[in-house]
Design a protein around this ligand. Structure first.
Ligand code: ATP
Ligand code: MG
Length: 631
């Protein structure tokens, strides 16, 4: 039996002993009396009675040993600036921000809504909020006013923190006007708006009495030290709304102790990262990956975290590898989408810099296709580790765990269950546990491990109903993803349960069809959706981005190319999966976090309303699809 298998087994058979030992990785001001209280299923409380503070664990406790080590290195290719903060600097800045929040009346349990670009002050604000026992809700800076207003209404913040503007592709994106508009739209506006004025939007207007300039407030508290508010382990640390790919966003509520322990454990165990090493997560602080792996986990671990503001291709597609060389990055965390963007550029960039310090590249958020995985792994000469999780869980559900054991990887699989996760693949209708290689709905047998959501903010009933009532035979957490598991325990994610289409009585995952289409050498990216069809119920339709556009240069060429793609699906999957149409486009509609907006594409194809699209990366993508269908 491998050492990871032993580690995992212990987490399942003796969870109390296992998690008690992991809990020793963080500092508690008061020890917990019970590891897990599961007396009111499906609600779980971890480390009951224990008192701690996440900010203390992320900063204060490191001051004795690593005060002069870089905690946060901020690099912006947007405004061409780099700023470095040691643990001592970070301590000072967070205390200033905490003092400001306190003077504005923010206290334990109050919500602070953070709507900011990728700047260091966003990190200070988040850490300051948890330092004083308040609860942050970070809303991704790309959201428009209506989405922001909905989140304000749900979280009811006392204070909102924003900036004059962000920058994207060198273009200034004002945030303050959106903040103003969202507050107008909202039913429970915050009392104060704190603005980090970067001087990017010269025309910014302010509302006296409500709007506060952060630099003015900060100057009044330069030497303040604000004691950490010790909170009970279950005290909420933050609310984070899911991407909304499948519907109305859910306010995921996270606790304090369980989350800190889960993240502290994941750094050595999963990410094989030691204190003092440099960790570079390319996500955005507005997403769960950014919360966990730009900020909290690396800092709790005493590592140096790199925060990157900008695109992976500006000034050129070597920018990330340049950072790796310069800061001797040890481990990176990014997304398949980002790698696909790089893949459209010269592979020579992968060889231009010395990336020998880099040991692993973790990728998550979307299915990782084999060509993309191969391209980056061979190009960089670095191990790629696909890992699978959700906003709801806060850390990987499935991953290889190289910190425990180097295990063989299987392409297309995010490997096996992380310790603490008791997984079950259930048959969609009968609920029975499926056999090896049989498709089922991926479920977690509760209690959800530490770090996972404790409830939906303000709505326990919705939490239970949404996640725990899919199956009548037992109360399990549903991920709403399809998966298979092979005889070696490796999982393969087949797509979301609502992405399954029914073609003449056959149930097919859109992911399977997408993979078949992608086997064609000229396809860079593809989205397959099911469209209502009178005869067959549903038919698959594909939207594909080609690598070499000269191959679809004329209608005749495009038609021939479409036939080739269809033939590829016939060969890989069978004629039943063959798309009725393959439309060629240059762009697919995605959320700003890189997730395909299948729901919107489907609505478009069926002539329905496409719904809320404020998270969409580039509206031009949907226009292209419309034009392609119209043709
Ligand atoms: P909403 O729940 O509001 O619809 P969302 O599910 O897109 O939004 P996230 O929590 O950010 O929001 O995304 C989690 C989902 O992303 C997973 O349920 C899964 O479908 C997909 N996913 C994440 N990582 C992987 C991976 N490694 N392989 C395949 N799919 C993944
Ligand atoms: Mg989801």
């Amino acid at each position: 039996m491998g050492s990871y298998q032993k580690f995992y087994d212990q987490s399942i058979t003796q969870p109390d002993a296992f998690w008690a030992s992991q809990a020793a990785r963080i500092d508690w001001v008061k020890p917990f009396r019970k590891v897990c209280d599961f007396s009111k299923p499906p609600f779980a409380r971890w480390f009951v009675g224990g008192e701690t503070n996440i900010c203390y664990n992320a900063i204060d406790r490191h001051l004795a040993t690593r005060a002069d080590q870089n905690a946060l290195v901020w690099i912006s290719s947007e405004v061409e600036q780099t700023k470095k903060y040691t643990y001592r600097d970070l301590f000072d800045e967070v205390n200033r921000f905490a003092a400001v929040l306190k003077t504005l009346g923010v206290g334990k349990g109050d919500r602070v809504l953070i709507y900011m670009p990728m700047i260091p002050e966003a990190v200070f604000a988040m850490l300051a909020t948890v330092r004083i026992g308040a609860i942050h809700s970070v809303v991704f800076g790309g959201f428009a006013a209506a989405s922001l207003a909905a989140r304000i209404d749900d979280a009811q913040p006392k204070v909102m923190i924003t900036a004059d503007a962000g920058s994207r592709m060198g273009k200034i994106i004002p945030l303050k006007p959106l903040t103003d508009e969202s507050i107008k739209l909202s039913r429970s506006p915050p009392k104060y708006v704190v603005i980090v004025n970067r001087g990017l939007d010269k025309g910014m207007s302010t509302i006296p009495g409500r709007d506060m300039d952060y630099s003015v407030l900060r100057n009044k508290h330069l030497d303040d030290v604000v004691p950490c508010e010790w909170v009970e382990s279950s005290h909420p640390s933050y609310i984070l709304y899911t991407s909304g790919t499948t519907g109305k966003p859910k306010g995921v509520q996270r606790d304090t102790g369980g989350y800190a322990v889960a993240l502290a454990a994941s750094m050595p165990n999963i990410f094989a990262t030691q204190p003092g090493q440099v960790y570079f997560c390319t996500s955005d602080i507005g997403w769960v990956v950014g919360h966990s792996y730009i900020i909290y986990a690396p800092l709790i671990n005493g590592s140096t975290t790199i925060m990157y503001d900008g695109l992976p291709i500006r000034p050129d597609a070597g920018v990330w590898w340049n950072i790796v060389e310069q800061y001797k990055v040890s481990v990176m965390f990014s997304s398949p989408t980002a790698i696909r963007v790089l893949k459209k550029h010269d592979p020579a960039y992968l060889k231009k810099y010395d990336v020998s310090s880099l040991r692993y590249l973790f990728l998550a958020g979307e299915p990782l296709d084999q060509p993309t995985s191969d391209w980056i792994e061979k190009g960089l000469g670095v191990k790629v580790i696909d890992n699978y999780w959700q906003t709801e869980t806060g850390w990987p559900i499935l991953s290889a765990e190289p910190g425990i054991e180097e295990t063989p990887r299987k392409l297309g699989s995010p490997s096996f269950a992380s310790y603490g996760y008791k997984l079950k693949l259930k048959h969609e209708e009968t609920g029975r546990q499926v056999g090896p290689n049989e498709k089922g709905v991926l479920c977690i047998v509760p209690p959800l491990p530490p770090g996972c959501m404790s409830t939906i903010w303000g709505d326990d009933a919705r939490f239970v109903k949404t996640y725990f009532t899919t199956f009548k035979d037992e109360q399990v957490y549903t991920t709403f993803d399809w998966a298979t598991c092979d005889a070696d325990g490796y999982y393969f994610i087949m797509g979301r349960t609502d992405d399954v289409i029914n073609v003449a009585g056959h149930r097919l995952g859109t992911r399977e069809i997408e993979e078949a289409v992608q086997m064609h050498s000229n396809i860079a990216e593809v989205a397959v959706i099911g469209v209502a069809d009178q005869l067959k119920g549903q038919v698959p339709v594909a939207f594909a981005v080609v690598k070499d556009t000269s191959k679809i240069g004329t209608p005749a060429l495009a038609a021939a190319h479409e036939k080739e793609v269809m033939a590829m699906v016939d060969k890989e999957l069978g004629a039943i999966g063959r798309p009725s149409h393959v439309y060629f486009v240059t762009l697919l509609p995605k959320t700003r976090s890189g997730k395909l907006l299948r729901r919107a594409i489907q609505a478009l194809c069926e002539g329905r309303d496409t719904g809320d699209l404020t998270t969409m990366e580039d509206p031009a993508a949907l226009e292209q699809l419309k034009a392609a269908i119209a043709k």
